[in-house]
Ligand binder design. Structure first.
Ligand SMILES: Cc1cc2nc3c(=O)[nH]c(=O)nc-3n(C[C@H](O)[C@H](O)[C@H](O)COP(=O)(O)OP(=O)(O)OC[C@H]3O[C@@H](n4cnc5c(N)ncnc54)[C@H](O)[C@@H]3O)c2cc1C
Ligand SMILES: NC(=O)c1ccc[n+]([C@@H]2O[C@H](COP(=O)([O-])OP(=O)(O)OC[C@H]3O[C@@H](n4cnc5c(N)ncnc54)[C@H](O)[C@@H]3O)[C@@H](O)[C@H]2O)c1
Length: 507
């Protein structure tokens, strides 16, 4: 859009210091921090405040997965009466509670309490610091939605619009009316059988959840499962899925899909044994997500719609003049987890609050204020998302769980680090034996042998999730192994594996 576009000349209906487009978990955090130095902040949200994570992703998926994990834990201890199967009705009812019945009034109340304005509708950039907000579906009955209006930001716009699922252009696939993770996590009627396409995080978690709910699940994956994880984690998850009854087919590429007369679908694929097919009552496509910039108007500031918004460590969008456009969360393409996105939200909120709010001059400088002569904020300061690089965390809530932080061994080697990986079987630790009969799991640390610090860690096993944060602290703190030796794990906890890992390394 040129500066002669009538929308950029129009008087805005309202002006705020900061506009956040997207009221998901990441946008909420950014807005909260940005408002802390007296700036007025508006959040523009097209659907529900709380975003994908609260209603169609993290919360409902974990609510569906927890009962299976609890039952497995009960079964692993003699003397505890465990039911033979799970009952879907109360599981779905609890899921509904966890997503507040897809009602965002609690989150809206929170925004109100924090003094942040909510502007409902789809936000679109129409010029520098200018956002047009319109009802998301212009044809809908929208009595309660405002007509299109123009809002302006005095200082900054922060984009936190998240991501959208990808549907491969496989012939016939779209016509089978496949589920994305939205329909899967909000399921009301559990299908008798489910074919999952994609062996990433959504694929393996949903294969687990729907098996627990009673579906007969087949999972088709082009490569190994969880392709970015340590290979031993991929193998453990494949074994775990097969042990609960999932038909896991690896190395297969879906070539076509046909709808069946009874409402199901048949998928054809090429696999290691040649051509094959599988049919199911429902198909779930879990082949990844892309940043949501397609409908955001980024072309007006010279960026390409559909692409990630590339940011620096202050979350300032690269390639846009004037230091006013920022982005955080899934839309940046950096990391696609809620917690890492919220961390970015806190960083960008603090950067904006310090650069444009009422703070001491040295604080503003530390946050990178000052135009061309500005200082670059220090790594690991509150104005830099340093942990995005070497200390990303993720937990995959399968059985076994996979919890990881930092680099895998392969990533560290690729980055040219001199590393050595050491593993220890969790089942040999007293704490694990007490938690479950026949506990199976593995812990691994990747050590930079020159600096004698940990650069990556992976824990695979029941309840491995809760072991992760110790590793995260060791990595972020760059704690030398010689000092970690003095972090004495309590007996008998599963964390005693830390001692065993250090002994295995040679301490
Ligand atoms: C099935 C599933 C399970 C997951 N489980 C986990 C998990 O256990 N742990 C974890 O850490 N991560 C998990 N994730 C990833 C997590 O959901 C995302 O990383 C997280 O939601 C990103 O937050 P966000 O705020 O960037 O985006 P979102 O949560 O997608 O929020 C973006 C918001 O922006 C709004 N929006 C978009 N465009 C506009 C616009 N133009 N105008 C106004 N509003 C707009 C949307 O309506 C939405 O509310 C899961 C993802 C999926 C799909
Ligand atoms: N517990 C968690 O933290 C959690 C849970 C779910 C999702 N998420 C996030 O959500 C994002 C999306 O998850 P996802 O599983 O959809 O994506 P993903 O990128 O993790 O996995 C996608 C998988 O689909 C495969 N694939 C891609 N195109 C394909 C095609 N045409 N045919 C067959 N397979 C194909 C890929 O090889 C990959 O294995 C992830 O980045 C993840 O971080 C996180």
């Amino acid at each position: 859009m040129s500066s002669s576009d009538p929308r950029t000349q129009a008087t805005p209906d309202e002006t705020f210091d900061v506009i956040v487009i997207g009221g998901g978990p990441v946008g909420e955090n950014a807005a909260d921090r940005a408002s802390r130095t007296g700036l007025s902040v508006a959040v523009v949200e097209a659907e529900l405040v709380g975003g994908e994570c609260s209603y169609w992703a993290c919360m409902p998926s974990k609510a569906l997965l927890r009962p299976g994990a609890a039952l497995a834990a009960a079964r692993a201890v003699p003397g505890v009466e465990a039911s033979p199967t799970l009952d879907p009705a109360p599981i779905l009812a609890r899921r509904d509670e966890m997503v507040s019945h897809w009602d965002d009034s609690g989150q809206v109340q929170w925004l109100d309490g924090a003094g942040i304005s909510l502007v409902r509708g789809l936000g679109r950039l129409v010029g520098p610091r200018l956002v047009e907000v319109s009802p998301e579906d212009p044809d809908a009955d929208v009595d309660d939605l405002p007509a299109t209006r123009l809002i302006a930001a005095r200082h900054a716009v922060i984009v936190a619009t998240g991501s959208v699922p990808v549907l491969p252009d496989t012939p016939g696939l779209a016509e089978t009316d496949p589920w994305s993770s939205r329909e899967a996590t909000s399921v009301q009627d559990v299908p008798a059988s489910l074919v999952v396409v994609g062996g990433g995080v959504v694929g393996v978690e949903m294969a687990t959840a729907f098996t627990d709910l009673g579906s007969k699940v087949t999972l088709l994956s082009r490569g190994r499962l969880l392709g970015r994880s340590e290979p031993f984690a991929s193998e453990a998850v494949a074994t775990g899925l097969r042990s609960i009854g999932v038909d896991v087919r690896l190395g297969v590429s879906v070539t076509g899909a046909t709808s069946l007369p009874d409402g199901g679908a048949r998928l054809a694929y090429d696999g290691p044994q040649g051509k094959g097919w599988v049919a199911g009552a429902q198909v779930l496509v879990a082949t990844g997500r892309v940043p949501r910039t397609g409908d955001l108007g980024v072309e007006v500031v010279g960026l390409e719609p559909g692409k990630a918004l590339a940011v620096d460590d202050q979350l300032e969008v690269q390639g846009v003049e004037g230091g006013w456009l920022f982005a955080c969360g899934d839309v940046t393409g950096r990391v696609a987890t809620t917690h890492q996105g919220k961390y970015e939200g806190r960083v960008v909120g603090d950067v904006v609050a310090a650069r444009f709010g009422k703070v001491r001059p040295e604080e503003a400088r530390a946050a990178g204020a000052g135009g061309a002569a500005r200082e670059v904020p220090e790594p690991w300061s509150r104005y830099a998302a340093t942990a995005d690089h070497g200390a990303r965390t993720q937990v995959v809530f399968t059985r076994p769980e996979v919890a990881s932080v930092g680099s895998t061994e392969a990533e560290a080697k690729k980055a040219g680090l001199p590393v050595r990986a050491v593993q220890y079987k969790l089942g040999s630790v007293s704490g694990a034996v007490l938690v479950a009969e026949g506990y199976e799991g593995t812990a691994q640390i990747v050590v930079d042998t020159e600096r004698q610090v940990i650069v990556g860690a992976t824990f695979v096993g029941p309840d491995a999730a809760e072991m992760l944060h110790a590793a995260t602290i060791a990595i972020v703190g760059q704690v030398p192994l010689a000092r970690l030796w003095h972090a004495v794990p309590a007996y008998p906890t599963i964390s005693e594996v830390w001692l065993r890992l250090l002994e295995t390394y040679g301490l």
